[in-house]
Ligand binder design. Structure first.
Ligand code: COA
Length: 371
């Protein structure tokens, strides 16, 4: 029987960094200016004052200390609060495709492939910078892949949803080799003037090469994948094509990301381990069979709780590594970064489970065994 092999990954993290202290200084300057400019309305009770943020709160509530971003100055400038990205002409490579290439290139180099070696490309990320043509089509052109391509989104679980599709296509014989790419420029989606979310995200890209193989292949055998959703409105981003017509009468409407963090925390901590357990049960894997779990990085307390439920034992940095203190939440690329950074030490025959969760809610899980 054909095996699905995770042959190689590639990741990219931009160089500019923003610490909690820098982000909070910018957020508080923005809020204090807003409160001063609107002092009368706030005093009259017709407008709510913007609350201040704190670096200590961010670190203790989430575990995040730092994040890497595509561009720093615009995010910290209280007149902008978004990364500064120069518009590109019709003929130039798009910003997100260029970002994606920085993860694709090392993945191709590791495996020794060119674009011509692939049947298809799936871009699986929280958002794509345009509706069409598909970003995946642009990447096909850039790497010279002659197959099919499409874009898909399932928020922070996107990469594992993409991996699930790739695995299924390989098992069904529809494809022999697929590239799953997650270029996540989350600081462009985030609302840095909203206290509930301003500290959460960093930017990063990942790429996974998935292929048909056999017992002699090198890499990681994908034992199985599983995805599941439960609808929730507690975390959403309202950027979309309807915005132009829907909000035209309200120029102050802040279209963008918002969440009820408390609800997301509670709901996801109980839902994600169930999806991982369903996959493990299907594959006849007990918690004791799992050497390591690589989890999506959103909040260190969530990592602790979800790891314990998947592994049936307390989390340690070895059995469920964390990277969010340095990178923040890099959406769906985070689980791939975590895997890439913390898998080389595992021995052939050892098994691990990746699990990613996010808005939707969508949860993706994949069980892999080192070959
Ligand atoms: N700075 C300082 N204080 C803050 C603050 C900030 N940035 N944000 C909230 N607070 C205050 C609140 O006002 C509240 O004060 P009170 O107790 O006096 O009312 C207190 O801190 C606790 O706020 P709360 O919102 O309950 O914090 P929390 O413990 O739930 O942590 C999150 C907030 C966002 C870190 C946490 O809920 C979380 O990570 N949720 C999951 C979100 C997530 O992962 N989203 C992406 C999924 S892929």
């Amino acid at each position: 029987m054909v095996k699905t092999i995770l042959r190689a990954t590639g990741t990219y993290v931009p160089t500019p960094e923003i610490s909690n202290a820098e982000l909070v200084a910018s957020f508080n300057a923005y809020s204090e200016r807003f409160n001063a400019q609107n002092a009368d309305a706030i005093a009259a009770g017709t407008l709510e004052a913007k609350p201040l943020s704190s670096a200590d709160f961010i670190e203790s509530a989430s575990g995040i200390k730092n994040r890497h971003v595509i561009e720093k100055d615009g995010i910290l400038d209280i007149d902008e609060m978004v990364p500064r990205i120069t518009p590109r002409s019709w003929d130039e490579t798009s910003v997100q495709a260029e970002f994606a290439m920085k993860a694709i290139t090392p993945a191709l180099e590791k495996a020794g492939y060119t674009g011509a070696d692939f049947d298809g490309i799936i871009v699986a990320s929280s958002a794509q910078q345009r509706n069409f043509p598909a970003l995946a089509s642009e990447l096909q052109g850039l790497i010279g892949c002659e197959g099919w391509s499409f874009d898909m989104t399932m928020a922070c679980a996107s990469a594992l949803y993409g991996l699930n599709i790739a695995h299924t296509m390989i098992q069904s014989g529809q494809a022999r080799r697929i590239l799953v790419v997650s270029p996540e420029i989350m600081t462009s989606i985030n609302v840095h003037s909203r206290r509930e979310v301003h500290f959460i995200f960093g930017d990063a890209a990942s790429a996974i090469i998935v292929e048909a193989g056999d017992a002699t292949s090198s890499g990681w055998e994908i034992l199985g994948t599983h995805t599941k959703n439960k609808f929730s409105n507690a975390l959403r981003s309202d950027f979309g094509f309807i915005n132009r017509s829907e909000y035209v009468a309200d120029p102050d409407y802040e279209v963008g990301l918002d969440q009820d963090g408390h609800r997301v925390f509670k709901d996801v901590v109980s839902f994600a381990p169930v999806v991982a357990a369903e996959l493990m049960s299907r594959l006849d894997l007990a918690p004791a069979d799992i050497h390591r779990t690589w989890l999506h990085q959103a909040n260190i307390r969530m990592v602790d709780m979800i790891a314990k439920r998947i592994l049936g034992r307390d989390r340690t940095p070895e059995n469920a590594p964390a990277i969010l203190h340095e990178y923040g939440n890099t959406s769906s690329s985070s689980v791939v970064m975590n895997f890439e950074m913390h898998s080389e030490d595992m021995a052939p025959g050892e098994t691990g489970v990746m699990c990613a969760f996010g808005a939707g809610y969508g949860v993706g899980a994949a069980a892999v065994r080192k070959m």
